[in-house]
Design a protein around this ligand. Structure first.
Ligand SMILES: Nc1nc2c(c(=O)[nH]1)N[C@H]1C(S)=C(S)[C@@H](COP(=O)(O)OP(=O)(O)OC[C@H]3O[C@@H](n4cnc5c(=O)[nH]c(N)nc54)[C@H](O)[C@@H]3O)O[C@H]1N2
Ligand SMILES: Nc1nc2c(c(=O)[nH]1)N[C@H]1C(S)=C(S)[C@@H](COP(=O)(O)OP(=O)(O)OC[C@H]3O[C@@H](n4cnc5c(=O)[nH]c(N)nc54)[C@H](O)[C@@H]3O)O[C@H]1N2
Ligand SMILES: [Mo]
Length: 767
């Protein structure tokens, strides 16, 4: 039997699939990848029918009564198999009906989600491309990953490039930084993934270089393992959501000791008088110093004072993880870090200043590609209707209600039709019980996904997409070092179709096929997309990429690199010639715009405001829940794979608890526990470790929501507990990391959550 070697790629890296007939018998990492992700070995799970949607299906109540009347039965009604023709006729008629009766604004197709890393069959781009040809849709802005952070940076730094690793490459940090202060994480756990794929995982190489140069590293995080154990770090176990106070306390110490760079502030910033007045206590009567910060953060005042003394003498780099802004007042840690870096005056120097998101994704801090990344065009947006991405439940619950975003007052559209392709809101959204209520409101919900996810189960019309290994595609992005081929390894499962084919069939029915496919088939498009990237590299940068055939055979092609120059070095050299795109042309530390807006939860200078839920305002028995990204999978994807299962115990996710917190509650390692608050409850298995601050519980995201009759999720999904509020009236980002819970021992283990999930789906599909 011959074994075929198929080059492929996912968000967690590139690999070769070994295929015998139509069976995957092995997965080999890309040889040049120094740290391949173990998640690649879970990819063969896609080829198993167990969790797949194998046929188009329609919810019984919707099939009988039509759109609108039976939304409460979503998730409990049976799903009835129908033919593709029938399903697609229903979808195209619904799009036409809602467009005619309510206008295209009532079609919500934000469709947020990571889908596959293929840039051609990119589900939400294709959905938007189709809808743009028939009058448009309501979309979304920002991401669950980053919203509060980039929104504030666009106003105070002029753009959000610093969010994606442009401030300094990790190589430059490894070569020049003397003191590295890490707020959040620099973790190979999250760096496994990069949106759109990644060729080589380099974070650990950079960390080793940092270690070998003897850089002083301070890790400010509730978790010690937010950096590898082999890094010699000074761990500051901070209370979650209080970093802003630490940054302000450090800045206040610099000011009090007159060690701040007054020249930098006057040349390169605006509004620093307000900021300095706030630090010195002139505005609110409270001096922001080490003692003040220590009492809020739970850290040691002496260490804070000592660090403030060291920072100005050394080349100091601050890194801030995206997680810090996924919180109430999430704008503030990003802005306060910029304020602290401005006080140090090293912005724009190699290895100095501040940068955001290092390690949050595998490519952040890598040398960026200077070329055009491969992408499928979603066409021109014909409607400018959008919501901030994490305001989905607010929109569905309050059509027409007003809210503010980025300084403007806006209204939620009246979404009648929801089309979700390539995302899993019943994984990613906060307060899932609130989302469940919101989910009853639309007249029709269409879900297109390969998997019978928690969202798919709650669809009216369910369309089975194929996974990336069942079709051809192309991967790459601006932070990836390679453009990668994703070749088809096996035939589609069941009746699954590729996202492109599904949308072509819908385009036929809607009368826009020619404009949608422009006469190209799958391979025609891949060649076209690759050639656009290749000719851009040649014409603009004089960089030779191989012809398509060579790329496709080899499986990858190199991209042109940007020169490694620190962000804002040009602004530093010539501030007038290189004015920033802000209200003053400089870094904004006191904002006229925010002053005029006078928002109670986003003040006009970086400021500490206690979040809605935090340890400083908690009852004796409450814990702060950190729901971080899972080690063994990407969000909810490949939950049944080996690397994901390895993190579970006794049939569900593990919640980490400090020995003191466990003892107080009579909880032992391995015991089943119940996490709860006013919003919801879930079970998890206790893992008692001292690698996190007492008072902090850690439960990763992504377990498949498996509710029972008492409203308790059995899988260990933290989003039944998290808080669904905007970061502030300015950024409106998701606030997942702001959450208090209680945890009790739970007498009985109801069994493996994955088996329970399968049994629930069997009832819905009557198989
Ligand atoms: N509590 C808490 N919640 C969080 C976070 C947190 O830190 N804490 N983090 C948030 C963040 S940063 C993010 S980005 C979100 C992630 O949220 P999502 O991006 O929604 O999560 P995924 O599980 O990646 O969902 C992708 C979906 O696409 C489907 N899919 C895969 N391939 C294809 C394909 O080829 N075609 C189609 N049609 N579908 C496909 C998968 O089966 C899956 O259902 O979660 C957010 N939620
Ligand atoms: N394996 C894996 N990797 C992933 C993903 C995945 O699902 N699986 N998802 C990817 C996606 S979409 C994204 S956006 C990125 C997200 O990247 P990040 O936002 O960086 O990841 P998180 O895991 O949410 O958080 C990182 C760490 O921040 C710390 N933290 C939380 N709150 C606070 C705080 O208030 N202060 C401080 N100092 N630290 C805090 C926690 O200890 C946590 O472990 O990860 C990506 N990488
Ligand atoms: Mo994300």
């Amino acid at each position: 039997m011959t074994i075929r070697r198929i080059p492929h790629c996912s968000h967690w890296g590139a690999y070769t699939l070994l295929v015998e007939e139509d069976r995957i018998i092995g997965v080999e990492p890309l040889p040049q990848d120094p740290a391949p992700s173990p998640i690649i070995h879970s990819v063969p799970e896609w080829a198993k029918p167990d969790r797949r949607v194998l046929r188009p299906m329609v919810r019984e109540g919707w099939l009988e009564h039509g759109p609108g009347s039976t939304g409460r039965a979503r998730g409990s009604d049976r799903l009835i198999p129908v033919s593709w023709d029938h399903a697609l006729d229903l979808v195209s008629k619904e799009i036409t009906r809602v467009s005619k009766q309510h206008g295209n604004e009532s079609i919500f197709a934000g469709s947020y989600g990571w889908t596959s890393c293929g840039r051609f069959h990119h589900a939400s781009s294709l959905l938007k491309r189709l809808l743009n040809l028939v009058g448009g849709y309501t979309g979304h802005v920002d991401t669950y990953s980053i919203a509060a952070g980039p929104v504030i940076l666009r106003h105070v730094l002029g753009d959000d490039g610093a969010c994606g690793g442009e401030a300094n490459t990790l190589e430059s940090i490894a070569a020049h930084t003397e003191t590295l202060v890490v707020f959040g994480a620099l973790s190979p756990r999250t760096a496994q993934n990069e949106a759109g794929g990644i060729g080589t995982h380099r974070l650990e190489d950079s960390l080793r270089a940092i270690r070998d140069r003897g850089v002083k590293v301070v890790l400010v995080s509730p978790l010690r393992d937010d950096m590898p154990g082999w890094m010699d770090v000074d761990w500051w176990p901070i209370r979650p959501n209080t970093d802003t106070a630490l940054m302000l306390g450090l800045a206040g110490e610099l000011l009090a000791a007159r060690r701040h760079d007054a020249g930098f502030l006057s040349t390169y910033t605006s509004g620093s008088d307000d900021f300095l007045a706030y630090l010195s206590g002139d505005i609110d009567g409270q001096r922001k110093d080490a003692d003040w910060a220590a009492q809020i953060t739970g850290l040691d005042a002496g260490r804070i004072r000592a660090l403030a003394r060291q920072m100005p003498d050394k080349r100091t780099m601050l890194t801030v993880s995206w997680s810090l802004q996924r919180a109430h007042h999430g704008e503030q840690p990003f802005w306060a870090a910029l304020g602290l870096a401005a006080m140090l005056g090293q912005i724009g120097l190699p290895g100095g200043g501040v940068g955001y998101g290092y390690g949050s994704l595998g490519g952040v801090g890598a040398a960026m590609s200077a070329g055009k990344s491969p992408a499928m065009s979603k066409g021109r947006d014909v409607l400018r209707s959008f919501i901030p991405v994490a305001r989905i439940a607010d929109m569905l619950l309050n059509p027409g209600a007003s809210y503010t975003y980025e300084g403007k007052t806006r209204r939620y559209p009246d979404a009648r039709l929801v089309y979700w392709a390539g995302g899993n809101p019943f994984h990613h959204h906060q307060d899932l019980n609130r989302l469940s209520e919101a989910w009853t409101r639309p007249e029709t919900i269409i879900v297109q996904d390969p998997m019978m996810t928690a969202t798919a189960r709650r669809a009216d019309i369910l369309l089975p997409a194929s996974t990336s290994i069942e079709r051809n595609d192309i991967a790459g992005n601006k932070r990836s070092d390679l453009v990668l081929a994703m070749q088809q390894a096996i035939a589609p499962l069941g009746e699954a179709k590729s996202d492109f084919d599904i949308f072509c069939l819908l385009a036929d029915r809607l009368g826009v096929r020619d404009a949608f496919d422009e006469g190209r088939d799958e391979m025609g498009w891949l060649r076209h997309i690759y050639d656009l990237t290749r000719s851009d590299a040649a014409d603009r940068l004089g960089f030779d990429m191989p012809p398509f055939e060579d790329f496709w055979t080899k499986g990858h092609a190199p991209c042109p690199r940007r020169p490694d120059v620190p962000h804002l070095s040009d602004f530093r050299a010539e501030p007038e010639a290189n004015r920033l795109n802000t209200e003053s042309g400089r870094i904004v530390l006191g904002s006229r715009q925010l002053g005029q807006l006078a928002l109670p939860d986003c003040p006009a200078h970086p400021a500490w405001q206690p979040p809605a839920e935090w340890l400083g305002g908690a009852a004796e028995d409450e814990l702060h829940l950190v729901s971080h990204q899972p080690q063994g999978r990407l969000h909810s994807q490949l939950e049944t794979g080996g690397s994901s299962r390895a993190e579970k115990r006794n049939g569900r996710e593990q919640v980490r608890l400090h020995p003191q917190d466990a003892a107080k509650r009579g909880i032992t390692d391995g015991a089943t526990v119940r996490l709860w608050n006013a919003r919801g409850a879930c079970l998890a298995t206790a893992r008692v470790t001292d690698t996190q601050r007492p008072g902090v519980a850690v439960l990763p995201t992504g377990a498949w929501l498996t509710g029972d009759a008492h409203g308790t999720d059995l899988s260990g999904n933290p989003n039944v507990l998290t808080l669904d509020i905007g970061s502030s009236a300015f950024g409106q980002g998701c606030a997942a990391h702001t959450c208090l819970v209680r945890i009790d021992p739970h007498d009985e283990n109801p069994g493996d959550a994955m088996d329970i999930y399968a049994a629930q789906v069997a009832v819905l599909t009557d198989t």
